[in-house]
Design a binder for this molecule. Structure first.
Ligand code: PGA
Length: 260
């Protein structure tokens, strides 16, 4: 059974005080959740203090990106090696990194390797732009992004990978994909991994949906066969909203456990 994963990407939001307050509120309601994995992905400077703050709870931490290098003369970069003692996950290839910071598929692939090399788990974001969708290139785009990043991975590395399908036009717009479309793309992603790595790996792979997820629409995504969780942006900055999303993830785990 694939354990549901709910990750909250705080992006470049929160002051230090707000970060502690948000983490405390989430911890109070979801700090002992077992059946779903809960991952907070704060800005870099809050990772270390939050790891202390959340000590003893089941909540995990992630980083929003990392350098492709482990150490050296790379002013301003933060490596996977540096965050490894405090995090379990690193997001790579988020569309904001690709679009605003010029990260190509090749750069994303190098970062993914840095994450794996340092014993962490990548959450690889893939998804089409509005223009790609309109021109019927959704499958081609997503498969290209996955091929460049994942084609040469070892099976053991793929076992640590999480994919987040995030259509670019759905991020931060309040217009999520329809569940039917999200399931279709997730099924293409799983089919790609089945073809390349076989059924055991593809059946174990967790695929998240991201893009305008809220407490009210997440239930529809988590009812889908191929969607194992959510990557949440805006709604992860509100503790009540985020905890409701986590509870929907727990609900999915219960349904799967009873075979529903
Ligand atoms: P959103 O962001 O939930 O605010 O649309 C999702 C993301 O960027 O991962």
């Amino acid at each position: 059974m694939r354990r549901p994963l709910i990750a909250g990407n705080w992006k470049m939001h929160t002051t230090y005080e707000q970060a502690l307050e948000l983490a405390s509120a989430i911890q109070a309601r979801c700090g002992m959740v077992k059946y779903a994995e809960v991952v907070l992905v704060p800005p870099f400077p809050w990772i270390v203090p939050l790891s202390r703050h959340l000590d003893g709870s089941s909540i995990l931490l992630g980083a929003q990106t990392c350098s492709a290098f482990d150490e050296g003369a790379y002013t301003g970069e933060v490596s996977a090696k540096m965050v490894a003692p405090f995090c379990r996950y690193v997001i790579v290839g988020h569309s904001e990194r690709r679009r605003l910071f010029g990260e190509t598929d090749a750069v994303v692939a190098a970062k993914l390797r840095a994450v794996l090399r340092n014993g962490l788990r990548p959450i690889l974001c893939v998804g089409e732009t509005f223009e790609e969708r309109e021109s019927g290139a959704t499958r081609e785009t997503v498969e290209r992004q996955i091929t460049v990043a994942c084609n040469d991975l070892e099976r053991e590395q793929v076992a640590r990978l999480v994919i987040a399908y995030e259509p670019v036009w759905a991020i931060g717009t309040g217009r999520p994909a329809t569940p039917v479309d999200a399931e279709l793309v997730a099924s293409w992603i799983r089919a790609w991994f089945r073809e390349r790595f076989g059924p055991e790996i593809s059946e174990g792979l967790r695929i998240l949906y991201g893009g305008s997820v809220t407490a009210s629409n997440v239930v529809d995504f988590l009812a889908l066969a191929d969607i194992d969780g959510a990557l949440v942006g805006g709604a992860s900055l509100d503790a009540r909203e985020f905890c409701s999303i986590v509870e929907a993830g727990v609900g999915r785990a219960h349904r799967l456990a009873v075979g529903g």
